[in-house]
Design a protein around this ligand. Sequence first.
Ligand code: ATP
Length: 150
Amino acid sequence: MPLTVEIVTPEHVVYTEDGVRLVKAPGAMGELGILPHHAAFVTTLQPGELRIVKESGDETVLAVTSGFLEVRDDRVVILTDAAERAEEIDIARAEEARRRAQERLQARDTAEVDLARAEASLRRAAIRLRVAESRRRRPQRPSTGPPPVE
Ligand code: ATP
């Protein structure tokens, strides 16, 4: 039996699909690969890339921030502060967030800077940019029309 996957943020249900063959998630202790018939467990997530592969071969990549992942009875539930599909990521916004965080980190000696907060913000921005970039390298859905004009 394939997996059912649900991704929920405080704002909305971001993703809910069945027929999933594999979930790759950024677990707190490293990357997790979850296949059907996985033993029940719960873990925390760190900000990173979440990859969902359907039985059809369709793949969805999302940027997630911190949260929890639970597996039980072929159902994977991900509760996270934020999750964006690659195509939903506002690249300019992430670049701006990265720039702000870098500025704060550079000003660490001269200003009151919350280093942990700036580092976390930098990490989120870097992940968003990486996920958005992975889409440009490899389109998520096979195109049925003519190739895009570059
Ligand atoms: P920013 O400083 O740009 O708000 P952030 O890392 O502080 O970035 P979060 O607190 O992680 O943002 O997210 C707040 C909300 O904004 C979430 O709903 C998240 O999905 C969304 N969000 C944040 N950055 C982006 C982005 N670059 N593209 C699309 N949505 C984003």
